[in-house]
Write a protein that binds this ligand. Structure first.
Ligand SMILES: Cc1ncc(COP(=O)(O)O)c(C=O)c1O
Length: 373
């Protein structure tokens, strides 16, 4: 066996021994408490029809973009969509990336320079960490949602300073103390960047996000909004000033060196944003409230979260995997979040609530959780 094959096998065996091996699965139990399709847009027949109608009205649209945005891949429709989304979120401007991962990597790797400082919450998403790794700036982490620790790190910071938080944290589902973080940023002349991946569609008027809800749009440097979660489609946009947009077009390598999304994807994004104005935004919050209420009644210890993401702690890979398998066998699509994706001892079931989950499904899930907890 070659040396490299042996290396691969050894690394996989290590993961298996720690019960943290990842496998792709095509087994999808019927009751979805796992996907990020919080509003049911990904499965909406009505949205599908809106997309199909818009595509039918676009004469001779191409199956593929044929190149990057800077070469053959740009269209008027894409630019209009970017401005339409920026207007929706009350931002001056926006630039679409092929995914939230690309958006974070592009933004964080291109704006902070050597001698600058990036300060991130310790639970920040991997795409932001990877963007920081590609930057030559110094990076500090602060304790999760801890304003005092953030201030301690701000005191160490040099050059242009960037503070990066998620408005809703992707694994814990809790909300960052956005106003307190922003006040500190202003005191230390730091630029705040907010990843709204899990707040978009769920919080703010018609799903405009938490920065909108708190009227902070003019005070943050940049927002990342992703389309693959509540918006139900694919891609992402960085919102900020016109100058920021132009800078990213020139310097963000994950924007420059990749084929643009095909037009049918952009049509899907535009249609989904139009659809946001047509739905009942209270429904998903009623489902969250119901789940929280039954958990409390059943005395089940859950993470403190008002968002669609609800964590139930099991504290080991073994116990979490067992609970997930048990619930899956009963038809609930819930997934175990294991270390090293989360810290050792913080292994949990990550339960996502959706506008389409029925009350019966939610109550039944809580009852089964009670048996396992
Ligand atoms: C907070 C956060 N940011 C960014 C991303 C990446 O977005 P995308 O799935 O569009 O690449 C995710 C997705 O997991 C996320 O949870």
């Amino acid at each position: 066996m070659s040396k490299i094959e042996q290396f691969i096998i050894d690394r996989l065996r290590e993961r298996k021994d720690k019960l943290s091996i990842r496998n792709l699965s095509t087994n999808t139990p019927p009751f979805d408490f796992c996907s990020n399709d919080y509003l049911g847009f990904a499965r909406s027949g009505e949205l599908k029809k809106m997309i199909d109608d818009t595509l039918a009205a676009l004469p001779n649209y191409l199956n593929g973009a044929g190149g990057s945005r800077l070469l053959s891949g740009n269209t008027k429709f894409t630019e209009e969509t970017e401005q339409f989304i920026a207007d929706f979120h009350l931002a001056e401007s926006g630039l679409i990336f092929n995914s939230g991962y690309d958006a974070n990597v592009g933004l964080l790797s291109s704006i902070p320079q050597r001698g600058d400082t990036i300060i991130t919450d310790e639970l920040i998403h991997a795409s932001i960490i990877d963007g920081c790794r590609l930057s030559h700036a110094t990076r500090y982490k602060f304790l999760h949602n801890d304003i005092n620790d953030l201030e301690a790190k701000l005191k160490l910071a040099k050059g242009n300073i960037f503070v990066v938080v998620e408005s809703v944290y992707s694994m814990d589902g809790d909300i960052a103390p956005l106003i307190a973080v922003l006040n500190l940023c202003e005191r230390y002349k730091a630029n705040m960047i907010v990843d709204e991946a899990h707040a978009t569609g769920v919080f703010g008027t018609n799903g405009r996000g938490l920065i909108n809800q708190l009227n902070l749009t003019d005070r943050v440097f940049a927002r990342i909004v992703t389309f693959g979660k509540a918006i139900g489609v694919h891609g992402a946009i960085v919102l900020g000033s016109k100058n920021l947009r132009h800078y990213l077009i020139n310097f963000a390598r994950s924007f420059i060196y990749t084929t643009a999304a095909p037009i049918h994807n952009i049509v899907a994004v535009r249609s989904a944003y139009q659809y946001l104005n047509k739905i009942d935004h209270q429904l998903v919050h009623q489902k969250i409230a119901l789940f929280r209420r039954v958990l409390k009644e059943q005395n089940i210890n859950a993470f403190d979260s008002e968002s669609t993401i609800q964590g139930i702690l099991f504290s080991s890979n073994e116990a979490t995997k067992f609970a997930a398998a048990n619930l899956q066998s009963k038809g609930f699509d819930v997934r175990a979040i294991l270390s090293p994706t989360v810290a050792l001892g913080k292994e949990r079931l990550r339960i996502c609530l959706h506008a389409f989950n029925t009350d019966e499904e939610i109550i039944s899930l809580a009852n089964h959780l009670k048996e396992l907890h």
